[in-house]
Every structure is written in C-alpha cells, then in structure tokens.
Design a protein around this ligand. Structure first.
Ligand SMILES: [Zn+2]
Length: 88
C-alpha cells in the first residue's frame, strides 16, 4: 500500500515538473513526460535541463540568440558590451 502512495506522489511530482519545465524550456510537455517515464524521472530531468531556455537573453553584439548567461559564450560580452576580464 505504501508503495502505491509513493508511486502516486512521484508521478504527480513528475507531471508538475514536466509542466513547469516545458513552459520554460524548448521541449513540449508530452516529450518531456515520455522522457521521464522512459529514463526514470531523475535522468529525464537531466535531459530536460539540457534543453535551451525559451526566452534566452541572447547577445546583441554577435547575434547569439541562445545565450543564457551574463556573459555571451561566443564573444564574451555582457549587455553593456564589457568583456568578462574587464571587471575590476
Ligand atoms: Zn555575443
């Protein structure tokens, strides 16, 4: 009995996680849920985390639309055009 309660809680948490992450990242809810069922929720979560964010901030200097960090991975500039090494 306790096993089924555990399974129901795990399944609910997995669905909620898939709903939340599929809104935030470039992966649909159904593919995310299938991944979690096939790979177990733990490994499915890592695969989902590796998908790019939908509203990435991008970079206006080199046109890298997938940039998510403060400093662009391609040209190394932030929003003000400063390089990472310029910080004092
Ligand atoms: Zn850039």
């Amino acid at each position: 009995m306790i096993f089924y309660v555990f399974l129901a809680v795990l399944f609910t948490l997995t669905i909620l996680m898939c709903i939340q992450e599929s809104k935030r990242r470039k992966i649909g809810f159904v593919p995310a849920l299938i991944l979690c069922i096939l790979l177990t929720p733990l490994f499915g979560y890592f695969v989902i985390l590796s998908r790019p964010i939908r509203s990435a901030r991008g970079c206006k200097f080199c046109g890298n639309t997938n940039n998510e960090a403060e400093f662009c991975a391609l040209c190394g500039k932030n929003q003000e055009g400063e390089l990472k090494d310029d910080k004092k």
